[in-house]
Structure formats: structure tokens, C-alpha cells
Ligand binder design. Structure first.
Ligand code: 8YV
Length: 325
């Protein structure tokens, strides 16, 4: 008999089909009343396939007493209660190792875009302004100072790329990483004060919520740029809007927002911010690899009792979630 799993939302036509072939899948997003559907679901639900932006709502987790494994497409597991999974012996897997390059590529793209004003210049040409006006000078990124917040796999991939631009690199995080060539700075405010560009690659969740505060932005200063490819929750968005509108920082480039897919209206009116719809891992190649790993983690669990790419130790890093009513 195929193991019964629950899928929180559509992932991709290919992966959805593969999951349906290997498992007895309860497609939660197609149920009008999800919790009631669980009650009538027949065999006990032993696994979940989900994605990072959806995670596993707390009331869903609580409603699945037989759950053994969660396989998540993505590495940001801040929407899954890892501590309670651990307490219940539920294995949680993310797609670690296959998306770092893509997210780091995008971070570099955003650094260059923000400083060289690429998106703004493109809007300028499209608006037919080139024949009448001069586009203002931008800022060089080669040789500038880069502060990385969170030197995990993605942060390190950003650092390696930035080194090729002769950037001077420092980082901050929960602790100094032994064996890294980059200088560690334990204060985020100090790092921001030193840096020309601050790139966020840190985990989301309670421990990092709002850590890029008005004080950090003030330290970054009127010549500084903020790049966020981590989680919107890491930044105090109201403070960022104020800093961008008032010249407190030079510019920003954001792939993530606190309440996706809603982007605060005030950002749209600003020229000095690049806005993207959370596309860090959004390439055909990386999504293919992520999806293969979502499937492999479930297959491996049901064949051997262990997922392939487990979540690292849980902190209290999560946002409380609930199912839509
Ligand atoms: C998402 C992400 O997985 O890895 C993460 O934490 O946020 C992304 O890669 C992606 O949006 C697809 O769900």
C-alpha cells in the first residue's frame, strides 16, 4: 500500500504527478474545509510535501498525530515548528545545497542593479527620456565594502562571487565561522556602519525578526545599499521606507517582503528600490533540482527511515501559522 501523504499546495505539474504516482496524496489546497478533510481522509497521514512560503500551519501539524516526515521545497523553514517536530520525532527535510548558487547569483545581480541603477535606467529609456535628459551617475560596486548578514551556504556563495569584484568582505551572524577568510563583526550596527552594501542571507524567524532596524539603516547611511534575498521579516519595512524616501540610505533591492505577495504601496513610488517577486531560487535548473530533492527526501524516508537533507538543529525560529478559515 502506498504511504498516505498530504500536499499543502501545488508544487509543479511534474512533481505533483510524481508524488501522486508514488504516494496516496491528499491535496489539501483542493479541499474547501481542510481540517474536516483530514478527519475523513481514511488512512493516517504519515508525510507532508510543502514549500517554504507555505510551511506547515500549526493547527495542521497538531491535527496529524501520525505524521512522521515533512519534505519542504526550500531552505527557509521558518514556517514550520521545528522544535515541536523534533519533540514528536518528525523528520523535517529542506532542499539544502541545491539553491545556494542561484540565490547568490541573484544577490549579485541585485547589488549591481541597485548601485548601477540598472532597473531605473531601463525605465528611463522605455519612457523615452534619453533624448531629453541625462541619466544620473551611479555607484561602482567593484572594490566596495560588502557586509554579509548570515554566512551560511548562501552567504558564502555571495562572498565568493563578491571577491571576484574585488570587494572587501566582512560578515556577521550568530557566531564566528572558523576557517572562513572573511572578517567577523559581532555587531550588526558596526557592520552596517563599515559597509557600502549590506546583503541579507540570514534565516527568517523570531530570532532575526526586525533585526535590520532604523538604527541599522542609519548606520548604513546615505551612501549605503541594502540587499535582501533572505526573508522580509528580517527588515523593519516601515523604517526602510522612511530611509529610502528621506535619503537615509542610497537604495535597496528586495526579493522578499514581510507579507508576500503584498508589497507595501509606498515602495512602488520610489525610484531607488528594486522590487522582485521572491525569485531567488526561481530558475528552471534549480527548481528541477529542488523538486527532485523534495521527492527523494520522502522516498528515502519511507525506504530507509531517514531523509537525505535534514533540517539543521531547530532554534525557536518560526512564525506562528494557521490554516485559512
Ligand atoms: C522557496 C525560499 O522555496 O528556499 C527558500 O527558503 O524561500 C524559496 O526558495 C521558493 O519560493 C519556492 O517555494
Amino acid at each position: 500500500m502506498k504511504p498516505r501523504i498530504l500536499q499543502t499546495g501545488a508544487l509543479s505539474p511534474g512533481l505533483d504527478a510524481q508524488l501522486a504516482e508514488e504516494f496516496d496524496v491528499l491535496r489539501l489546497w483542493e479541499c474547501d474545509t481542510p481540517l474536516a478533510a483530514l478527519a475523513d481522509s481514511g488512512a493516517p497521514v504519515r508525510g507532508i510535501a510543502t514549500s517554504a512560503p507555505v510551511g506547515v500551519p500549526d493547527d495542521l501539524l497538531a491535527a496529524l498525530p501520525d505524521l512522521e516526515v515533512i519534505s519542504c521545497r526550500g531552505v527557509g523553514l521558518d514556517r514550520i515548528d521545528l522544535a515541536s517536530c523534533r519533540a514528536r520525532g518528525i523528520q523535517v527535510a529542506g532542499t539544502f545545497g541545491v539553491l545556494s548558487d542561484c540565490v547568490a547569483d541573484l544577490a549579485l545581480g541585485l547589488m549591481i542593479d541597485a548601485a548601477r541603477r540598472i532597473s531605473e535606467a531601463e525605465r528611463f529609456v522605455r519612457a523615452g527620456r534619453w533624448s531629453r535628459e541625462k541619466f544620473p551617475l551611479a555607484t561602482r560596486i567593484s572594490g566596495q565594502r560588502l557586509g554579509i548578514v548570515g554566512l551560511g551556504q548562501i552567504g558564502q556563495a555571495v562572498a565568493r562571487r563578491a571577491a571576484a569584484f574585488d570587494m572587501e568582505i566582512r560578515y556577521t551572524g550568530r557566531m564566528e565561522k572558523i576557517g572562513q577568510p572573511w572578517a567577523y563583526e559581532d555587531s550588526l550596527v558596526e557592520l552596517a556602519a563599515w559597509a557600502d552594501m549590506l546583503v541579507l542571507t540570514v534565516l527568517g524567524g523570531a530570532s532575526t525578526e526586525g533585526m535590520v532596524s532604523a538604527e541599522v539603516l542609519e548606520a548604513l547611511g546615505p551612501r549605503g545599499y541594502l540587499i535582501n534575498v533572505a526573508r522580509g521579516s528580517v527588515v523593519d519595512e516601515a523604517a526602510l521606507l522612511g530611509a529610502l524616501a528621506g535619503g537615509g540610505i542610497a537604495g535597496a533591492a528586495l526579493d522578499v517582503f514581510a507579507d508576500e505577495p503584498h508589497v507595501p504601496e509606498a515602495f512602488l513610488a520610489l525610484e531607488n528600490v528594486v522590487l522582485l517577486p521572491h525569485i531567488g531560487s526561481g530558475t528552471k535548473e534549480t527548481r528541477r533540482d529542488m523538486e527532485a530533492l523534495v521527492l527523494r527526501n520522502l522516498q528515502s524516508y519511507f525506504r530507509t527511515g531517514a531523509v537525505v537533507t535534514p533540517a539543521p538543529d531547530p532554534g525557536a525560529e518560526r512564525v506562528p501559522q494557521s490554516l485559512p478559515v
